[in-house]
Design a protein around this ligand. Structure first.
Ligand code: ADP
Length: 483
Protein backbone atom coordinates (compact mmCIF):
# COMPACT_ATOMS: atom_id res chain seq x y z
CA UNK A 1 0.00 0.00 0.00
CA UNK A 2 1.43 3.39 -0.99
CA UNK A 3 0.53 6.27 1.33
CA UNK A 4 1.54 9.92 1.14
CA UNK A 5 1.67 9.91 4.92
CA UNK A 6 3.04 6.57 6.07
CA UNK A 7 2.56 7.51 9.76
CA UNK A 8 -1.15 6.85 9.26
CA UNK A 9 -0.42 3.13 9.15
CA UNK A 10 -0.23 2.41 12.87
CA UNK A 11 -0.13 -1.13 14.24
CA UNK A 12 -0.16 -0.86 18.02
CA UNK A 13 -2.77 -0.11 20.67
CA UNK A 14 -3.36 3.60 21.29
CA UNK A 15 -3.64 4.06 25.05
CA UNK A 16 -3.22 7.24 27.09
CA UNK A 17 -1.54 9.08 24.23
CA UNK A 18 1.00 6.32 23.51
CA UNK A 19 1.40 3.51 20.98
CA UNK A 20 1.75 0.32 22.98
CA UNK A 21 2.42 -3.31 22.14
CA UNK A 22 0.17 -5.92 23.69
CA UNK A 23 1.61 -7.35 26.92
CA UNK A 24 0.82 -10.86 25.63
CA UNK A 25 2.86 -10.25 22.46
CA UNK A 26 -0.10 -11.52 20.43
CA UNK A 27 -0.79 -10.05 17.01
CA UNK A 28 -3.65 -9.89 14.51
CA UNK A 29 -2.72 -10.49 10.86
CA UNK A 30 -4.81 -8.00 8.89
CA UNK A 31 -5.37 -9.33 5.38
CA UNK A 32 -6.56 -7.76 2.16
CA UNK A 33 -9.72 -9.65 1.13
CA UNK A 34 -8.98 -9.03 -2.57
CA UNK A 35 -5.57 -10.71 -2.55
CA UNK A 36 -5.29 -12.58 0.72
CA UNK A 37 -1.99 -10.74 1.34
CA UNK A 38 -1.14 -9.67 4.88
CA UNK A 39 -1.42 -5.87 5.05
CA UNK A 40 -0.06 -5.48 8.57
CA UNK A 41 0.47 -7.26 11.87
CA UNK A 42 -1.43 -5.39 14.58
CA UNK A 43 -0.95 -5.71 18.34
CA UNK A 44 -3.80 -7.79 19.74
CA UNK A 45 -4.81 -6.30 23.06
CA UNK A 46 -6.39 -8.25 25.88
CA UNK A 47 -7.68 -7.59 29.38
CA UNK A 48 -4.51 -5.71 30.44
CA UNK A 49 -4.73 -3.24 27.56
CA UNK A 50 -8.48 -2.78 27.94
CA UNK A 51 -8.08 -2.02 31.64
CA UNK A 52 -5.20 0.38 31.01
CA UNK A 53 -7.30 2.19 28.40
CA UNK A 54 -10.31 2.41 30.72
CA UNK A 55 -8.09 3.82 33.49
CA UNK A 56 -6.62 6.37 31.06
CA UNK A 57 -10.08 7.42 29.89
CA UNK A 58 -11.17 7.77 33.50
CA UNK A 59 -8.15 9.97 34.36
CA UNK A 60 -8.70 12.13 31.29
CA UNK A 61 -12.40 12.64 31.95
CA UNK A 62 -12.40 15.49 34.54
CA UNK A 63 -10.23 17.83 32.46
CA UNK A 64 -11.95 16.98 29.16
CA UNK A 65 -15.46 17.56 30.44
CA UNK A 66 -14.30 20.76 32.18
CA UNK A 67 -13.25 22.32 28.88
CA UNK A 68 -15.78 24.68 27.41
CA UNK A 69 -17.87 23.25 24.63
CA UNK A 70 -16.17 25.68 22.29
CA UNK A 71 -12.73 24.36 23.24
CA UNK A 72 -13.76 20.74 22.67
CA UNK A 73 -15.45 21.80 19.47
CA UNK A 74 -12.22 23.33 18.12
CA UNK A 75 -10.28 20.10 18.61
CA UNK A 76 -13.02 17.94 17.06
CA UNK A 77 -13.28 20.32 14.12
CA UNK A 78 -9.49 20.09 13.56
CA UNK A 79 -9.84 16.30 13.63
CA UNK A 80 -12.45 16.59 10.87
CA UNK A 81 -10.19 18.83 8.78
CA UNK A 82 -7.23 16.45 9.11
CA UNK A 83 -9.39 13.48 8.07
CA UNK A 84 -10.65 15.31 4.99
CA UNK A 85 -7.09 16.32 4.06
CA UNK A 86 -5.95 12.68 4.43
CA UNK A 87 -9.01 11.17 2.71
CA UNK A 88 -7.03 9.41 -0.05
CA UNK A 89 -4.64 7.72 2.37
CA UNK A 90 -7.44 6.76 4.73
CA UNK A 91 -9.43 5.32 1.82
CA UNK A 92 -6.39 3.31 0.70
CA UNK A 93 -6.02 1.86 4.20
CA UNK A 94 -9.74 1.07 4.28
CA UNK A 95 -9.81 -0.64 0.87
CA UNK A 96 -6.70 -2.64 1.80
CA UNK A 97 -8.21 -4.07 4.95
CA UNK A 98 -11.86 -4.32 3.94
CA UNK A 99 -12.00 -4.73 0.15
CA UNK A 100 -14.65 -2.17 -0.84
CA UNK A 101 -13.97 -0.17 -4.02
CA UNK A 102 -11.66 2.80 -3.44
CA UNK A 103 -14.28 5.37 -4.47
CA UNK A 104 -16.73 3.86 -1.99
CA UNK A 105 -14.03 3.85 0.70
CA UNK A 106 -13.33 7.53 0.03
CA UNK A 107 -17.06 8.21 0.33
CA UNK A 108 -17.06 6.44 3.68
CA UNK A 109 -14.14 8.56 4.94
CA UNK A 110 -15.94 11.79 4.05
CA UNK A 111 -19.24 10.53 5.46
CA UNK A 112 -17.49 9.61 8.71
CA UNK A 113 -15.65 12.94 8.84
CA UNK A 114 -18.96 14.76 8.54
CA UNK A 115 -19.95 13.44 11.97
CA UNK A 116 -16.94 15.22 13.49
CA UNK A 117 -17.98 18.40 11.71
CA UNK A 118 -21.60 18.07 12.81
CA UNK A 119 -20.87 17.29 16.45
CA UNK A 120 -18.16 19.94 16.71
CA UNK A 121 -21.05 22.28 16.02
CA UNK A 122 -23.59 20.43 18.17
CA UNK A 123 -21.20 20.46 21.18
CA UNK A 124 -22.15 24.10 21.60
CA UNK A 125 -25.86 23.36 21.69
CA UNK A 126 -26.17 21.08 24.69
CA UNK A 127 -28.89 23.17 26.26
CA UNK A 128 -30.55 22.63 29.60
CA UNK A 129 -33.88 24.06 30.69
CA UNK A 130 -35.45 26.09 33.44
CA UNK A 131 -38.67 24.61 34.77
CA UNK A 132 -41.68 26.40 36.21
CA UNK A 133 -41.35 26.09 39.97
CA UNK A 134 -43.85 24.60 42.40
CA UNK A 135 -42.88 26.97 45.24
CA UNK A 136 -42.10 30.68 45.45
CA UNK A 137 -38.69 30.16 47.11
CA UNK A 138 -37.48 27.54 44.69
CA UNK A 139 -35.97 27.53 41.21
CA UNK A 140 -35.84 24.36 39.15
CA UNK A 141 -33.36 23.49 36.43
CA UNK A 142 -32.53 20.50 34.27
CA UNK A 143 -28.92 20.39 33.10
CA UNK A 144 -27.28 17.88 30.77
CA UNK A 145 -23.91 16.43 31.70
CA UNK A 146 -21.58 13.93 30.03
CA UNK A 147 -22.32 10.36 31.05
CA UNK A 148 -18.64 9.53 31.66
CA UNK A 149 -16.32 6.93 30.18
CA UNK A 150 -17.80 5.34 27.05
CA UNK A 151 -16.88 1.98 25.51
CA UNK A 152 -17.43 1.55 21.77
CA UNK A 153 -17.30 -1.70 19.82
CA UNK A 154 -17.42 -1.40 16.03
CA UNK A 155 -17.75 -3.80 13.07
CA UNK A 156 -15.70 -4.44 9.93
CA UNK A 157 -18.22 -3.39 7.29
CA UNK A 158 -17.63 0.34 7.85
CA UNK A 159 -14.20 0.30 9.52
CA UNK A 160 -14.03 4.10 9.62
CA UNK A 161 -17.53 5.58 9.59
CA UNK A 162 -18.93 3.60 12.51
CA UNK A 163 -16.31 5.24 14.74
CA UNK A 164 -17.17 8.96 14.31
CA UNK A 165 -20.86 8.13 14.65
CA UNK A 166 -20.02 7.23 18.24
CA UNK A 167 -16.81 9.14 19.03
CA UNK A 168 -17.91 12.51 17.66
CA UNK A 169 -21.03 12.94 19.82
CA UNK A 170 -19.40 11.25 22.83
CA UNK A 171 -16.35 13.51 22.83
CA UNK A 172 -18.40 16.57 21.93
CA UNK A 173 -20.58 15.90 24.98
CA UNK A 174 -17.47 15.78 27.20
CA UNK A 175 -17.13 12.00 27.51
CA UNK A 176 -13.93 10.03 27.00
CA UNK A 177 -13.79 6.76 25.06
CA UNK A 178 -12.23 3.34 24.70
CA UNK A 179 -12.81 1.83 21.27
CA UNK A 180 -12.47 -1.79 20.25
CA UNK A 181 -12.54 -2.00 16.45
CA UNK A 182 -13.29 -5.24 14.59
CA UNK A 183 -10.29 -7.53 14.35
CA UNK A 184 -10.59 -7.76 10.57
CA UNK A 185 -10.24 -3.98 10.20
CA UNK A 186 -8.31 -2.25 13.00
CA UNK A 187 -6.10 -0.10 10.73
CA UNK A 188 -8.73 2.54 9.93
CA UNK A 189 -9.38 3.01 13.66
CA UNK A 190 -5.68 3.40 14.45
CA UNK A 191 -5.24 5.92 11.61
CA UNK A 192 -8.10 7.93 13.10
CA UNK A 193 -6.37 7.87 16.48
CA UNK A 194 -3.19 9.24 14.89
CA UNK A 195 -5.16 12.12 13.37
CA UNK A 196 -6.91 12.73 16.70
CA UNK A 197 -3.49 13.06 18.33
CA UNK A 198 -2.46 15.62 15.72
CA UNK A 199 -5.73 17.49 16.22
CA UNK A 200 -4.80 18.01 19.86
CA UNK A 201 -6.92 15.47 21.72
CA UNK A 202 -5.49 15.27 25.25
CA UNK A 203 -3.96 11.93 26.29
CA UNK A 204 -6.54 9.34 27.32
CA UNK A 205 -9.56 11.06 25.77
CA UNK A 206 -9.74 8.60 22.85
CA UNK A 207 -8.14 5.17 23.18
CA UNK A 208 -8.12 2.28 20.69
CA UNK A 209 -7.61 -1.33 21.73
CA UNK A 210 -7.75 -3.82 18.87
CA UNK A 211 -7.83 -7.39 20.07
CA UNK A 212 -9.78 -10.35 21.28
CA UNK A 213 -13.53 -9.71 21.20
CA UNK A 214 -13.95 -11.85 24.26
CA UNK A 215 -11.14 -10.41 26.41
CA UNK A 216 -11.38 -6.75 25.44
CA UNK A 217 -15.17 -6.90 25.10
CA UNK A 218 -15.63 -8.53 28.51
CA UNK A 219 -13.34 -6.01 30.23
CA UNK A 220 -15.32 -3.13 28.72
CA UNK A 221 -18.69 -4.66 29.57
CA UNK A 222 -17.75 -5.62 33.12
CA UNK A 223 -16.03 -2.34 34.06
CA UNK A 224 -17.66 -0.28 36.82
CA UNK A 225 -15.99 2.81 35.33
CA UNK A 226 -17.53 2.49 31.87
CA UNK A 227 -20.98 4.09 32.07
CA UNK A 228 -22.11 3.62 28.49
CA UNK A 229 -21.59 0.93 25.89
CA UNK A 230 -22.22 1.78 22.27
CA UNK A 231 -22.09 -1.09 19.80
CA UNK A 232 -22.64 -1.71 16.11
CA UNK A 233 -22.70 -5.33 14.97
CA UNK A 234 -24.85 -8.41 14.91
CA UNK A 235 -28.05 -8.84 16.92
CA UNK A 236 -26.57 -11.98 18.47
CA UNK A 237 -23.53 -10.17 19.91
CA UNK A 238 -25.70 -7.17 20.84
CA UNK A 239 -27.88 -9.44 22.99
CA UNK A 240 -24.83 -10.79 24.79
CA UNK A 241 -23.47 -7.31 25.41
CA UNK A 242 -26.81 -6.02 26.68
CA UNK A 243 -27.10 -8.92 29.09
CA UNK A 244 -23.54 -8.27 30.30
CA UNK A 245 -24.26 -4.57 30.75
CA UNK A 246 -27.10 -5.42 33.10
CA UNK A 247 -24.71 -6.23 35.94
CA UNK A 248 -23.42 -2.66 36.18
CA UNK A 249 -26.67 -1.09 34.87
CA UNK A 250 -24.70 0.43 32.03
CA UNK A 251 -26.58 2.36 29.42
CA UNK A 252 -26.41 0.75 26.01
CA UNK A 253 -26.85 1.94 22.45
CA UNK A 254 -27.10 -0.90 19.95
CA UNK A 255 -27.09 -0.71 16.16
CA UNK A 256 -27.80 -4.30 15.17
CA UNK A 257 -28.88 -6.39 12.22
CA UNK A 258 -31.60 -5.59 9.74
CA UNK A 259 -33.77 -7.35 7.20
CA UNK A 260 -34.67 -4.38 5.05
CA UNK A 261 -37.60 -4.61 2.65
CA UNK A 262 -37.73 -2.66 -0.60
CA UNK A 263 -41.28 -2.28 -1.93
CA UNK A 264 -41.84 -1.31 -5.54
CA UNK A 265 -45.46 -0.37 -6.28
CA UNK A 266 -46.99 -0.49 -9.76
CA UNK A 267 -47.02 3.32 -9.91
CA UNK A 268 -43.30 3.68 -9.14
CA UNK A 269 -40.85 5.43 -11.42
CA UNK A 270 -39.09 2.31 -12.72
CA UNK A 271 -35.69 3.99 -13.19
CA UNK A 272 -35.75 5.47 -9.68
CA UNK A 273 -36.76 2.09 -8.26
CA UNK A 274 -33.90 0.33 -10.05
CA UNK A 275 -31.34 2.96 -9.02
CA UNK A 276 -32.57 2.94 -5.44
CA UNK A 277 -32.60 -0.84 -5.22
CA UNK A 278 -29.05 -1.07 -6.60
CA UNK A 279 -27.92 1.61 -4.16
CA UNK A 280 -29.34 -0.13 -1.12
CA UNK A 281 -28.76 -3.74 -2.15
CA UNK A 282 -25.24 -3.62 -3.56
CA UNK A 283 -23.47 -0.95 -1.51
CA UNK A 284 -20.46 -2.52 0.18
CA UNK A 285 -21.25 -5.78 -1.66
CA UNK A 286 -24.47 -6.09 0.29
CA UNK A 287 -22.65 -5.97 3.60
CA UNK A 288 -24.48 -3.20 5.40
CA UNK A 289 -27.19 -3.41 8.02
CA UNK A 290 -29.44 -1.13 5.91
CA UNK A 291 -28.98 -3.18 2.71
CA UNK A 292 -32.17 -4.40 1.06
CA UNK A 293 -32.71 -8.02 1.94
CA UNK A 294 -36.20 -8.56 0.48
CA UNK A 295 -37.44 -6.88 -2.69
CA UNK A 296 -41.23 -6.89 -3.00
CA UNK A 297 -42.48 -5.93 -6.45
CA UNK A 298 -46.14 -5.44 -7.33
CA UNK A 299 -47.54 -7.72 -10.06
CA UNK A 300 -48.08 -4.97 -12.66
CA UNK A 301 -44.43 -3.83 -12.73
CA UNK A 302 -42.83 -7.09 -11.63
CA UNK A 303 -41.51 -8.47 -14.92
CA UNK A 304 -40.15 -5.16 -16.20
CA UNK A 305 -38.45 -4.50 -12.86
CA UNK A 306 -36.93 -8.00 -12.62
CA UNK A 307 -35.52 -7.84 -16.15
CA UNK A 308 -34.09 -4.34 -15.69
CA UNK A 309 -32.52 -5.18 -12.32
CA UNK A 310 -30.97 -8.40 -13.65
CA UNK A 311 -29.52 -6.55 -16.67
CA UNK A 312 -27.92 -3.91 -14.46
CA UNK A 313 -26.51 -6.50 -12.11
CA UNK A 314 -25.03 -8.61 -14.94
CA UNK A 315 -23.19 -5.50 -16.17
CA UNK A 316 -21.49 -4.74 -12.84
CA UNK A 317 -17.72 -4.64 -12.77
CA UNK A 318 -16.26 -6.89 -10.08
CA UNK A 319 -12.63 -6.76 -8.97
CA UNK A 320 -9.92 -5.52 -6.65
CA UNK A 321 -11.13 -2.30 -5.03
CA UNK A 322 -8.06 -0.45 -6.31
CA UNK A 323 -8.92 -1.12 -10.00
CA UNK A 324 -10.60 1.71 -11.86
CA UNK A 325 -14.41 1.66 -12.11
CA UNK A 326 -14.84 -1.46 -9.99
CA UNK A 327 -18.35 -1.50 -8.47
CA UNK A 328 -18.12 -4.66 -6.38
CA UNK A 329 -15.10 -5.90 -4.43
CA UNK A 330 -14.73 -9.22 -2.59
CA UNK A 331 -16.77 -10.21 0.44
CA UNK A 332 -15.02 -9.91 3.79
CA UNK A 333 -14.25 -13.63 4.14
CA UNK A 334 -15.23 -17.15 3.09
CA UNK A 335 -17.88 -17.43 5.79
CA UNK A 336 -19.70 -14.55 4.07
CA UNK A 337 -19.47 -16.43 0.75
CA UNK A 338 -20.87 -19.57 2.34
CA UNK A 339 -23.83 -17.69 3.80
CA UNK A 340 -24.74 -16.35 0.34
CA UNK A 341 -24.43 -19.85 -1.11
CA UNK A 342 -26.61 -21.28 1.63
CA UNK A 343 -29.33 -18.67 1.08
CA UNK A 344 -29.28 -19.20 -2.70
CA UNK A 345 -29.37 -23.01 -2.44
CA UNK A 346 -32.26 -22.89 0.02
CA UNK A 347 -34.19 -20.47 -2.20
CA UNK A 348 -33.65 -22.58 -5.35
CA UNK A 349 -34.75 -25.70 -3.54
CA UNK A 350 -37.98 -23.93 -2.56
CA UNK A 351 -38.74 -22.73 -6.09
CA UNK A 352 -36.79 -19.51 -6.76
CA UNK A 353 -34.92 -18.97 -10.04
CA UNK A 354 -31.52 -17.31 -10.61
CA UNK A 355 -31.84 -14.49 -13.15
CA UNK A 356 -28.38 -12.95 -12.66
CA UNK A 357 -25.16 -14.23 -11.09
CA UNK A 358 -25.75 -17.12 -8.73
CA UNK A 359 -22.45 -18.18 -7.20
CA UNK A 360 -18.74 -17.67 -6.59
CA UNK A 361 -17.00 -15.37 -9.02
CA UNK A 362 -14.30 -16.56 -11.42
CA UNK A 363 -11.82 -14.24 -9.67
CA UNK A 364 -11.80 -16.76 -6.80
CA UNK A 365 -11.19 -16.07 -3.13
CA UNK A 366 -14.14 -14.32 -1.54
CA UNK A 367 -15.32 -12.68 -4.77
CA UNK A 368 -19.01 -13.42 -5.31
CA UNK A 369 -21.25 -12.72 -8.29
CA UNK A 370 -23.92 -10.12 -7.59
CA UNK A 371 -27.08 -12.18 -7.86
CA UNK A 372 -30.78 -11.65 -8.54
CA UNK A 373 -33.36 -14.33 -7.67
CA UNK A 374 -36.94 -14.30 -8.91
CA UNK A 375 -39.82 -16.22 -7.35
CA UNK A 376 -38.79 -15.74 -3.71
CA UNK A 377 -41.35 -16.45 -0.99
CA UNK A 378 -41.75 -16.22 2.78
CA UNK A 379 -40.76 -19.84 3.39
CA UNK A 380 -37.17 -19.19 2.35
CA UNK A 381 -34.25 -18.49 4.71
CA UNK A 382 -33.48 -15.36 2.73
CA UNK A 383 -36.86 -13.91 3.76
CA UNK A 384 -36.05 -14.23 7.44
CA UNK A 385 -32.28 -13.93 7.87
CA UNK A 386 -29.99 -11.10 6.92
CA UNK A 387 -27.90 -12.35 3.97
CA UNK A 388 -25.23 -9.65 4.34
CA UNK A 389 -24.13 -10.27 0.77
CA UNK A 390 -24.93 -9.32 -2.83
CA UNK A 391 -28.03 -11.49 -3.31
CA UNK A 392 -31.28 -9.76 -4.29
CA UNK A 393 -34.43 -11.91 -3.96
CA UNK A 394 -37.59 -10.64 -5.66
CA UNK A 395 -41.00 -11.40 -4.13
CA UNK A 396 -44.17 -10.75 -6.16
CA UNK A 397 -47.15 -9.13 -4.38
CA UNK A 398 -50.64 -7.89 -5.23
CA UNK A 399 -51.95 -5.40 -2.62
CA UNK A 400 -50.68 -2.66 -0.34
CA UNK A 401 -52.04 -4.31 2.81
CA UNK A 402 -50.49 -7.63 1.90
CA UNK A 403 -47.04 -6.13 1.34
CA UNK A 404 -47.08 -4.04 4.52
CA UNK A 405 -47.86 -7.17 6.54
CA UNK A 406 -45.09 -9.10 4.76
CA UNK A 407 -42.54 -6.29 5.18
CA UNK A 408 -43.26 -6.02 8.92
CA UNK A 409 -43.17 -9.78 9.42
CA UNK A 410 -39.61 -9.84 10.77
CA UNK A 411 -37.94 -9.53 14.15
CA UNK A 412 -35.86 -6.69 12.70
CA UNK A 413 -36.77 -3.04 12.24
CA UNK A 414 -33.85 -1.00 10.94
CA UNK A 415 -34.37 0.31 7.39
CA UNK A 416 -37.15 -0.02 4.81
CA UNK A 417 -37.58 1.54 1.38
CA UNK A 418 -40.51 1.96 -0.96
CA UNK A 419 -41.15 3.42 -4.38
CA UNK A 420 -44.44 5.02 -5.38
CA UNK A 421 -45.69 8.26 -6.94
CA UNK A 422 -48.97 8.28 -5.02
CA UNK A 423 -48.65 10.81 -2.23
CA UNK A 424 -51.40 9.34 -0.09
CA UNK A 425 -49.57 6.04 -0.22
CA UNK A 426 -46.31 7.76 0.77
CA UNK A 427 -47.93 8.68 4.10
CA UNK A 428 -49.89 5.45 4.62
CA UNK A 429 -46.98 3.13 3.97
CA UNK A 430 -44.41 5.43 5.60
CA UNK A 431 -46.41 5.36 8.82
CA UNK A 432 -47.25 1.66 8.70
CA UNK A 433 -43.73 0.30 8.26
CA UNK A 434 -42.24 -0.75 11.62
CA UNK A 435 -38.70 0.42 10.94
CA UNK A 436 -36.49 3.19 12.34
CA UNK A 437 -35.52 4.52 8.89
CA UNK A 438 -37.77 4.64 5.83
CA UNK A 439 -36.49 5.75 2.42
CA UNK A 440 -39.23 6.85 0.03
CA UNK A 441 -38.23 6.85 -3.64
CA UNK A 442 -34.59 6.50 -2.65
CA UNK A 443 -32.22 3.78 -1.54
CA UNK A 444 -29.73 6.11 0.12
CA UNK A 445 -30.78 7.88 3.31
CA UNK A 446 -27.64 8.18 5.43
CA UNK A 447 -26.79 11.70 6.56
CA UNK A 448 -25.08 12.86 9.74
CA UNK A 449 -27.87 15.33 10.47
CA UNK A 450 -30.59 12.65 10.53
CA UNK A 451 -31.27 10.06 13.24
CA UNK A 452 -30.09 6.56 12.33
CA UNK A 453 -31.24 3.56 14.33
CA UNK A 454 -33.60 0.67 14.56
CA UNK A 455 -36.60 -0.68 16.43
CA UNK A 456 -37.37 -4.25 17.58
CA UNK A 457 -34.30 -6.54 17.37
CA UNK A 458 -32.43 -3.97 15.29
CA UNK A 459 -31.41 -1.98 18.30
CA UNK A 460 -31.74 0.79 20.80
CA UNK A 461 -30.72 4.41 20.42
CA UNK A 462 -29.94 6.75 17.55
CA UNK A 463 -26.75 7.97 15.90
CA UNK A 464 -26.52 11.26 14.07
CA UNK A 465 -28.64 14.40 14.34
CA UNK A 466 -29.17 16.41 17.53
CA UNK A 467 -30.57 13.24 19.11
CA UNK A 468 -27.26 11.38 18.72
CA UNK A 469 -25.56 13.44 21.42
CA UNK A 470 -28.32 12.64 23.95
CA UNK A 471 -26.96 9.08 24.06
CA UNK A 472 -23.91 10.45 25.87
CA UNK A 473 -25.61 12.87 28.24
CA UNK A 474 -27.40 12.46 31.55
CA UNK A 475 -30.16 14.79 32.57
CA UNK A 476 -29.73 16.24 36.07
CA UNK A 477 -32.49 18.01 37.95
CA UNK A 478 -31.35 20.86 40.20
CA UNK A 479 -33.90 21.98 42.78
CA UNK A 480 -32.65 25.22 44.35
CA UNK A 481 -34.45 26.26 47.55
CA UNK A 482 -34.04 29.18 49.98
CA UNK A 483 -34.32 31.94 47.41
P1 ADP B 1 -19.94 -8.22 12.40
O1 ADP B 1 -20.06 -9.60 11.84
O2 ADP B 1 -20.79 -7.19 11.72
O3 ADP B 1 -18.52 -7.77 12.66
P2 ADP B 1 -20.18 -8.90 15.16
O4 ADP B 1 -21.33 -8.63 16.04
O5 ADP B 1 -19.69 -10.30 15.03
O6 ADP B 1 -20.65 -8.30 13.78
O7 ADP B 1 -18.94 -8.01 15.57
C1 ADP B 1 -19.01 -6.65 15.78
C2 ADP B 1 -17.95 -6.25 16.76
O8 ADP B 1 -18.21 -6.90 17.99
C3 ADP B 1 -16.53 -6.64 16.39
O9 ADP B 1 -15.65 -5.62 16.85
C4 ADP B 1 -16.33 -7.92 17.16
O10 ADP B 1 -14.96 -8.15 17.42
C5 ADP B 1 -17.08 -7.60 18.43
N1 ADP B 1 -17.51 -8.78 19.18
C6 ADP B 1 -17.88 -9.98 18.70
N2 ADP B 1 -18.20 -10.82 19.71
C7 ADP B 1 -18.08 -10.11 20.86
C8 ADP B 1 -18.28 -10.40 22.26
N3 ADP B 1 -18.72 -11.58 22.66
N4 ADP B 1 -18.03 -9.42 23.14
C9 ADP B 1 -17.61 -8.22 22.74
N5 ADP B 1 -17.41 -7.88 21.46
C10 ADP B 1 -17.63 -8.81 20.52
Amino acid sequence: MRLDDSALLQTRCWIDGEWRDAASGKEIAVTNPSTGAVVAQVASGGKAEAEAAIAAADRALPAWRALTAKERSGIIRRWHDLIVAAADDLAAILTSEQGKPFAEARGEILYGAAFFEFYAEEAKRVYGETLPSYAADRRLLAIRQPIGVVAAITPWNFPMAMIPRKAAPALAAGCTMVLKPASATPLSALALAELGRRAGLPDGVFNVVPGSAREVGDALVESEVVRKLTFTGSTEVGRTLMAGAARTIKKVALELGGNAPVIVFDDADLDAAIEGTIATKFRNMGQTCVCANRIYVQAGIHDRFAEALAARVRAMKIGDGFEADVQQGPLIDMAAVEKCEQHIADALEKGAQVIAGGGRHALGGSFFEPTVLAGADASMLIAREETFGPVAPIFRFETEDEVIAAANDTEYGLAAYFFTRDHGRVWRVGEALEFGIVGVNTGATSYEGAPFGGVKASGIGREGSRHGIDEFLELKYLCIAGI
